[in-house]
Structure formats: structure tokens, C-alpha cells
Ligand binder design. Structure first.
Ligand code: NAD
Length: 485
């Protein structure tokens, strides 16, 4: 059974319930995760609250030193961490390594806290009166993470919050807590003062305890839309700042002037990479005109059939398993719903997986997708390519904007004018132009719109200090009271 990390100590949970942590490639039991409750969240918040005063008084330049050390330890542990991600999540080693690298970039960016956190000053806002605004840490923040990026997603939050002088409680996904367990060993080695960063393992009860705890000032959440909405409404009702990133339905438009071979490969990688379990994964390809649709279909079918599916630890594997049998059955249900509603299956990834040991679903290609089908509206979160044909670029944009999700969308084109029109007119907040997974890096902000994001302030990049600090303004006038100058 893995342990919580509270007040600088590894602590056994008193929870009676736990969940199995399963390697999705083999079905093997890796460990067990306790489902800690409100009492343990309270202990972690108290530890963080007690640590806050002296941590916030530690100069930002000194706080930054812990992150320089952590960055070095993470670099040294990159391969080991990637292996853990693959083992508990299923993605390939290459994908896992990329995700750990993205996490490390957050730590690197947080090293710049003395600059990131600077305030603003203006002399003479009125005659002889100056105004200065500083950013101040606020207290205890918390983050709740999903299963699909065990290493990266927690790094979207806590390095920025803690570098800014706050203290923190992390609740990883109960399905993939092993990578964070190792990362917290590195955090422990780096020697952050006791209570500054804590981790409580659990699920629903721990989440609800975080959202209602009187001493938690802000909550960051990443996960499915229903839970994002729940966290947003519960935690804001309890007076907290909240940023809650939800699910997605991402459309990719291919125009006739796109560089076809490259575009088709990029679109397929976006859809089936990480077995489709990415919030930025493409889902429906909207090909503009019949000719484009034919070319796209031919390429997608060819590449989908060639994809090597297997254990992510194997060097030749291009796509790993899904996270669980439940997830696989849900995606199979969505494929069946599309067929029942009139779609045709060109590559059936449900075939040839039963003899495999884990939760495998091979790339599946559906054609004849229409806007009203369930599969065109719901998040699939699996390796399913949905092909649809539209007659005009405007029709494609209209389709994208009719979705209640708005996380990301991609256009494949060689026209600057088309690219400009697309970025200008579509709803999603993260746009790819000839890029399949347009994930903003640490120094830009991340987050969608509509049902993909609940809150006001996005994640990392320039937005992070808005979320993790309060702005305090001092307006001052100094009246001369001396006869010697
Ligand atoms: P999930 O919503 O099931 O779980 C996320 C977190 O919420 C976990 O820590 C879990 O313990 C907790 N949780 C689950 N059910 C709960 C409940 N009823 N009450 C309170 N807490 C609960 O999500 P998941 O399956 O782990 O992750 C996949 C989802 O995350 C997908 O929808 C994906 O699009 C989304 N996601 C979004 C982004 C983004 O940036 N928008 C990034 C990654 C993942």
C-alpha cells in the first residue's frame, strides 16, 4: 500500500478502502492506493497552513533554489520516471518521456519566480502620490489530477504555487499514483521545509474534503467535465478560487491545399497517440470536399492498419493499451453507437485484441460521421478516428463551434489566409495550424473554453501568478517634514 506524504513524513493512510493499481499492458497488480478521507486531507492542510508563514517570508530567490535542485534530480531520474508512467498508465516510453520532459519544463519555469512574481509601480498617479502593487502568496492551494498524465499534470500547478510562497496539497489520480510517489521521494530529497508540499492519495471523499476545507484558498482540477463542474461549483461555493479543466471533443479540418501525406500522419498521431487518452487528442477529421476526404481516408486507413500496438515498454510499440477494461468497454460502446446510427467501419480495432493480456483496443476508423451522432458529440478518449466530409470551410467551422466543448482544434492548410480565418473564428482556445497536439509550453498558458474549462484564470505561463497570488496595492504620499533638505 502506498503512503501519503504529510508534513515532510511518509504516513500510512488510515483508510479502510483502497484501489488496485494495475499495469494496463499486462493486467498485473503493481500496488494499492489508499482512499484517504477528510481526516487525512485535514492533516495535510494543517501541515501546509503551519508551514505557510515562514515559507512566504523566505525570499523568492531562496525559494527558487529548491526548484533548481529539483530540476536536476528530475533530469537524473527522467528514464526511471518515464518507465513508471508507462507501467501504470500504458502510454509508450517515448510518449511517457515526452510528458515527463513537459513536467520538468514547469519546474524550470518556476525557477524564474523572482521575475514571474514581480508587481507594478507608477509614480505620480496624482501629484506627489505613488502607487505600487505587489503579488502576495495567499496560503494553502490544492490540486486534483487525472489518470492520463501521471507525471506532467501535477507540475502544471504546484511548482508555481509553491515558488510564489504558497503551500500545497496534491491529490494524484488514484489510478496512477506511483509516478507521483517517486517524484515526492525526489521532493523529499531536495529538502523543502516540512509541510510546504504534501500529498494525499484518495478519490471522491478526498476531493470533496479539499473543495470544502475552510483553510484551502484555491483549487486546481483536471479531469472529466462532470467532475470539473462539481469541483468548480462546490469549491467556489466554499469561497475558493478555482480553475477546473474538463473534457474535450477536438476537431481537425483538412483543406484541399494541405500537404496531404504529412497532414494525414499528423492527424492520426494526434488521435491515436497515448491510445487517444489525451485532452488534446483529435477526434473527428472534417475533410473539406469529396476529393480531400478520399485522400484522407486512404491515408488514415493505411497508417491505422500499420500501427504497432503492444506494451509501451517494448521499443517497437507505437500505441499502448487503454487505462482499464471499463474505459475500453466505454469506447467500444461508442463505436457501436456510431454503427447503429449509420456510420461505417473501415478499420475495426476491436478485432484481434482478445488474446492480448491488457486493455488493448487497436486504432479504429469510422467513416460517414454526421454532426448529430453520439460519437460526434461526446468525448471518446480512445483510439477512434471519425471521418466526416463537409463541402465548405465555413461548414467545418460551424460544426466546430456547435460543440459544447472548446479545448483545441487543428487546421491543415498551406494558406495563411485560411489559417488566419480559422484562428479568428473558432471557439476552442488552443489552436493548431498543421500541428496535431497544440499544447502550449510552460511559459504560455493552457486551458480551453465552454465545457472544457470552468474558471477565469488559465494554467501555467503568464496566467499562473494571477491564480496563485493576490495583488496588494499601496498608494502613498510622503509629505516633507524636514527643515534640512
Ligand atoms: P476523472 O474526472 O474521472 O478524475 C479526475 C480526478 O477527479 C481524479 O483525481 C479523481 O479521483 C477525481 N474524481 C473522480 N470522480 C469524482 C467524483 N465523483 N467526485 C469527486 N472527485 C472525483 O478524470 P480521469 O478519467 O482521471 O481523466 C480523464 C479526463 O480528464 C478526460 O475527460 C480528459 O479530457 C480530462 N483531461 C482534461 C485536460 C485538460 O487540460 N482539459 C487534461 C487532461 C485530462
Amino acid at each position: 500500500m502506498i503512503k501519503n506524504y504529510i508534513n515532510g513524513q511518509w504516513v500510512s493512510s488510515s483508510a479502510k478502502e483502497s484501489v488496485d493499481i494495475i499495469n494496463p499492458a499486462t493486467g498485473e497488480l503493481l500496488n494499492r492506493c489508499p482512499l484517504s478521507g477528510a481526516g487525512e486531507v485535514d492533516q495535510a492542510v494543517k501541515a501546509a497552513q503551519d508551514a505557510f508563514k515562514s515559507w512566504r517570508e523566505t525570499p523568492p530567490t531562496e525559494r527558487a533554489q529548491y526548484f533548481f535542485k529539483l530540476k536536476t534530480r528530475l533530469e537524473e531520474s527522467l528514464d526511471e520516471l518515464a518507465r513508471l508512467v508507462t507501467m501504470e498508465n500504458g502510454k509508450t516510453l517515448v510518449e511517457a518521456k515526452g510528458s515527463v520532459r513537459r513536467g520538468i519544463q514547469m519546474v524550470e519555469t518556476a525557477c524564474g519566480v523572482p521575475t514571474l512574481m514581480m508587481g507594478k509601480t507608477l509614480e505620480d498617479i496624482a501629484s506627489g502620490i505613488d502607487c505600487h502593487a505587489v503579488r502576495r502568496p495567499m496560503g494553502v492551494f490544492a490540486a486534483i489530477a487525472p489518470f492520463n498524465f501521471p507525471a506532467m499534470v501535477p507540475f502544471w500547478f504546484w511548482p508555481f504555487a509553491v515558488a510564489a510562497g504558497n503551500t500545497f496539497v496534491l491529490k494524484p489520480s488514484e489510478r496512477v499514483p506511483l509516478t507521483q510517489a517517486r517524484i515526492f521521494e525526489l521532493i523529499n530529497e531536495v529538502g523543502f521545509p516540512k509541510g510546504v508540499i504534501n500529498m494525499v492519495h484518495g478519490a471522491k471523499d478526498a476531493v470533496n474534503a479539499i473543495c470544502t476545507h475552510p483553510d484551502v484558498v484555491g483549487v486546481s482540477f483536471v479531469g472529466s467535465t462532470p467532475v470539473a463542474k462539481h469541483v468548480y461549483t462546490t469549491a467556489t461555493a466554499a469561497g475558493k478560487r478555482v480553475q477546473a479543466l474538463g473534457g474535450a471533443k477536438n476537431f481537425m479540418v483538412i483543406l484541399p491545399d494541405a500537404i496531404m501525406e504529412q497532414s494525414v500522419k499528423t492527424a492520426l498521431d494526434s488521435i491515436i497517440g497515448c491510445a487517444g487518452e489525451r485532452c488534446l487528442a483529435g477526434s473527428v477529421i472534417l475533410s473539406v470536399t469529396n476529393k480531400t476526404n478520399q485522400e484522407v481516408t486512404e491515408g488514415i486507413v493505411r497508417y491505422a492498419k500499420e500501427t504497432m500496438v503492444g506494451n509501451g515498454l517494448d521499443k517497437n510499440t507505437q500505441m499502448g493499451p487503454m487505462i482499464s477494461q471499463v474505459a475500453k468497454d466505454r469506447v467500444k460502446g461508442l463505436i457501436q453507437s456510431a454503427l447503429d446510427e449509420g456510420a461505417k467501419i473501415l478499420v475495426d480495432g476491436r478485432q484481434g485484441v482478445d488474446a492480448m493480456p491488457g486493455y488493448y483496443l487497436k486504432p479504429t476508423v469510422l467513416t460517414g460521421i454526421t454532426k448529430k451522432m453520439r460519437i460526434a458529440q461526446e468525448e471518446v478518449f480512445g483510439p477512434v478516428v471519425c471521418l466526416a466530409q463537409v463541402e465548405t470551410f465555413d461548414e467545418a467551422i460551424e460544426w466546430i463551434n456547435s460543440s459544447h466543448y472548446a479545448n483545441t482544434t487543428t487546421l491543415f492548410t498551406s494558406s495563411g489566409a485560411a489559417a488566419r480565418k480559422f484562428s479568428y473564428e473558432v471557439n476552442p482556445s488552443m489552436i493548431g495550424i498543421n500541428i496535431g497536439v497544440p499544447a502550449p509550453m510552460a511559459f504560455f498558458s493552457f486551458g480551453g473554453a465552454k465545457d472544457s474549462f470552468f474558471g477565469d484564470v488559465k494554467v501555467h505561463g503568464t496566467a499562473c501568478m494571477e491564480f496563485f497570488t493576490d495583488t496588494k496595492v499601496t498608494v502613498q504620499r510622503w509629505i516633507k517634514n524636514s527643515s534640512i533638505w
